[in-house]
Design a protein around this ligand. Sequence first.
Ligand code: ASP
Length: 301
Amino acid sequence: MISLIVHGGAWDIPDDLVEAHQYGVQQALERGWKILSGGGDAVDAVEQAIHFLEDDPTFDAGRGSFLNAAGEIELDASIMNGTTFRCGAVAAVQQVRHPISLARLVMEKSEHVLLSGKGAVHFGIEHGIEQCTDDELLVGRELERWRTVQSQKNYSTKESFRKKMPSDTVGAVAMDTDGNIVAGTSTGGTPNKYPGRIGDSPLIGCGNYADSGIGGVSCTGWGEAIIKVVLAKTVVDFLERNGGDGVHAGAQAIERLAKKAEGFGGVIVLNNKGIPSVAFNTPRMARAYRTSEMQASVVEV
Ligand code: ASP
């Protein structure tokens, strides 16, 4: 069994953006699937699927990311190998085209788990990471949004999430022919975040978790709430307890997110048999998945 599931955020995706979201998650899935079905490993599949989404300006990751309150783009990403338990993450990095690749470098080439800011970028430069300019990450839609938010007094992320704020973080979870489960997440965070703010996405256990014996999870949604309930690890714990029912584990964890932290968001899940599932408490969530037991991929928004 090989299996791959990707997401492109959970929110009230308007009708006119549905097609772009479907296209993005489908293309990302295909890119990762090509690797997995050719016998490649889950780390490469997750990295390449997320690369596509980081390049696609539809999503809040890499190009197309939200601006922070200072008008800068600060990116977070993480990746975890559920077999080796190695993981890598970067937070608040600037001018990096593919933060997921920088997270992978931290996982594979450093003795640390999480690097932030200038230090993380410096580490990437030492290892040949592709840098870019702010302008290459910035899209007009986000400049407009930033200007609008800046002109509003008392802007609150929590209230904005209630009013269906965009949440276009991306993620992927893959299982390869050796049964390795790997999860990755990449984001520009939330609009108008305080400079230096770090969300759930680069925090192992919160926005991302994998244990090949149990399953893997990538999250999206309001990061401050997700952190409080350690959402990704919570899903994996429920999975372990219920014998691998991803649908139920995801739903229970999202219920906890809502009840304990008034949170909004979604999760993609693979259990240890590679069976994909999703759970979310937002009107829509963009996702695509495929397993070797399916004839074709499923794309849903
Ligand atoms: N979870 C991300 C964050 O809070 C945002 C998102 O998923 O859209 O940084």
